[in-house]
Design a protein around this ligand. Structure first.
Ligand code: GUN
Length: 294
């Protein structure tokens, strides 16, 4: 069994991105610029945004934060998005989700210029991804592909079973892995809350991707010997032995499942660190016009 070390891969790719940006700047080019919009004071969103800003600094990407009150009107938020859409100094921006209940999340996503949508959530990017065209790809599934690639894991002809059908992980990873590409060329099954006999399906998986947000859902009896297991879960569970009172728990019962795997991602330190790297990668692509010409 080999542990897929997301921290090491993320550090390597960050260095590669930093080197490319240094090259651009040395040749007289502009430093990429990413803006994050955060509405309200959600603890999770705040810490996530801080990590993104720190990672930008490490790579030489300019980044700034736009903070809006939790009771900001949808109109005001859309006006800010319009301003960022037209600001030539901004290469890409993200609006941190979830948003307060009075704001229509989909309306916000669709207001973002898809050429600056480094989250890859806009329907133009989602649609282009579905038909295999260049686009900004969402961070978490894109990070999973990077891990499969860096560990040279064979995907062609493999049966990949995805647990979960969210718009930010389940649906896009399923879509990416059926594409005629590497990583890809898989036969993909997507399981969700209405799927009967989930265990029968997961036991057939050569590659099992757990993204349902249910701690320790995947048990030993659900995994085929030699499977590649990718754990996307990051649920905070109470832990009195930790000073902060909680720890992160994945969707996979790691202790029981890992001895049966060929490869497995730990939580934390597996998929998590890759998510931010994908955002940095997308920001560099936005700045260089690699996907949509400037
Ligand atoms: N909330 C949880 N994950 C994400 C993400 O990747 N992007 C944004 N904008 N919000 C999130």
């Amino acid at each position: 069994m080999q542990i897929i070390d997301g921290k090491i891969v993320a550090a390597t790719i960050k260095e590669e991105i930093a080197a490319k940006i240094a090259e651009i700047v040395a040749a007289g080019g502009r430093r990429p610029n990413l803006v994050g919009v955060i509405v309200g004071h959600d603890g999770g969103s705040e810490s996530y945004m801080m990590m993104k800003t720190r990672a930008c600094e490490q790579c030489g990407i300019r980044s700034s934060l736009v903070r809006m009150d939790p009771d900001v009107s949808q109109e005001e938020l859309l006006a800010k998005i319009e301003e960022l859409n037209h600001d030539d100094d901004v290469d890409g921006f993200i609006v941190q989700l979830p948003l307060p209940k009075h704001i229509d999340e989909q309306a916000v996503i669709e207001a973002i210029d898809y050429r600056k949508d480094v989250d890859g959530f806009h329907p133009v990017n989602v649609g282009r991804m579905a038909i295999g065209l260049p686009c900004f790809r969402p961070a978490t599934p894109s990070g999973i592909l990077m891990l499969l690639e860096r560990y040279h894991i064979e995907t062609r002809g493999k049966h990949c079973v995805v647990l979960g059908r969210s718009n930010i992980v389940g649906k896009p990873i399923a879509n990416m892995l059926i594409q005629k590409a590497y990583p890809g060329n898989c036969t993909v099954t997507v399981c969700h809350s209405a799927t009967p006999n989930i265990k029968e399906l997961t036991r057939q998986a050569d590659i099992l991707i757990a993204a349902l947000g249910h701690p320790c859902f995947v048990t030993e009896d659900m995994v085929k010997e030699g499977a590649v297991v990718i754990d996307v879960g990051t649920t905070r569970v109470p832990d009195a032995t930790r000073e902060r009172g909680w720890r992160l728990c994945g969707d996979v019962d790691y202790a029981a499942v890992s001895p049966h795997c060929s490869y497995i991602t730990p939580v934390p330190g597996g998929v998590g660190p890759m998510t931010i790297v994908s955002l940095l990668h997308n920001t560099l692509q936005a700045a260089t016009g690699a996907i949509y010409k400037k």
